[in-house]
Design a protein around this ligand. Structure first.
Ligand code: C2E
Ligand code: CA
Ligand code: CA
Length: 282
């Protein structure tokens, strides 16, 4: 009887079925949602560790779903990659973030942060990437220096030449390129020097072992400080992700890490939350 129950379970698992239906519904309704402006962007500061200034701001997309409420990107980015909608959605995020950067530039001048926008693997392979970026910067009237693009190691490393050429063109234009979640993929460290990259973002998973008090993980600490030295030797800046405590921020600062991002500094939020921080800095 038990085996019987199990096999029926395998045929019809109501929870799994509900998940599949939700996935299907989300991916089917995403194009219309983009038309209807259901997506919005939250911004999270990248903060300089030596003086606490907001250097940049990462754009993080959310979906205000009429039925399911506010959806985090883990719920829909992968689906958008599968259906290919990520290219249109990513372009929308890019334009929105550049428009925001332009407004900050008007208000804060030389204190204005750059915006850092995530690029999905599929976008990095899109033949129109470079012309899209150039057109958006032109339309918005933003200098390329106020834009950073974040790509994961898998989007950059071991790929065909074309995406690399696109990155080189973007970098030559003056756009900053960052490697996202650094240390979690199969980084080819020797290869790094040949890449048009300006910044490493060290994955938050290494921050757990970074504590000033007892019980800190010496391996995590060694990994982070090695990554920082390597990045600096290559002329790159380093931002630590997932900084949640003052102790972590302090350790990172003594290690020589350039910037931090995380709840300790600020949660992702609407533009006016960033503006309050920027005004405090003036
Ligand atoms: P990510 O690029 O690594 O972004 C950082 C994630 O860490 C964000 O999650 C952020 O809210 C979260 N976070 C920030 N500070 C802390 C902290 O102190 N502790 C912890 N535990 N987490 C922190 P979020 O917003 O849910 O985004 C998840 C992922 O979705 C992003 O990871 C990124 O890979 C992807 N994503 C977000 N927006 C976009 C987008 O516009 N395009 C693409 N292609 N991917 C995006
Ligand atoms: Ca990112
Ligand atoms: Ca990241």
């Amino acid at each position: 009887a038990k085996a019987d129950g199990k096999s029926r379970w395998a045929l019809y698992d109501p929870e799994r079925n509900a998940r599949e239906v939700a996935r299907f519904t989300l991916s089917a309704t995403m194009p219309a949602a983009l038309e209807r402006d259901e997506f919005y962007v939250d911004y999270q500061p990248l903060v300089g560790l030596h003086d606490g200034t907001v250097l940049g701001v990462e754009a993080l997309v959310r979906w205000q779903h009429p039925e399911f409420g506010r959806l985090a990107p883990d719920r829909f980015i992968e689906l958008a990659e599968e259906t290919g909608l990520i290219v249109a959605l990513g372009r929308w995020v890019l334009r929105t973030a550049c428009q925001q950067a332009r407004r900050w530039l008007d208000e804060f001048g030389k204190h204005a942060p750059f915006v850092s926008v995530n690029l999905a693997v599929r976008q990095s392979r899109d033949p129109d990437l470079v012309s899209d970026v150039r057109r958006i910067l032109d339309e918005v009237g933003l200098s390329p220096h106020h834009l950073q693009l974040e790509l994961t190691e898998s989007a950059i490393m071991g790929t065909a030449d074309e995406p690399l050429e696109a990155l080189r063109a973007l970098s030559d234009m003056g756009v900053r390129i960052a490697i996202d979640d650094f240390g979690t993929g199969y980084s080819n460290l020797a290869y790094l020097r040949h890449l048009p990259v300006h910044e490493l973002k060290v994955a938050g998973s290494f921050m757990e072992g970074l504590r000033a008090e007892e019980g800190a993980d010496p391996v995590d600490e060694q990994i982070v400080s090695t990554l920082v030295s390597l990045a600096h030797a290559l002329g790159l800046t380093v931002t630590a992700e997932g900084v949640e405590t003052p102790a972590q921020a302090e350790r990172l600062r003594t290690i020589g890490c350039d910037a931090g991002q995380g709840w300790f500094f600020a949660r992702p939020g609407p533009p006016d939350a960033v503006e309050r921080l920027l005004r405090d800095q003036l």
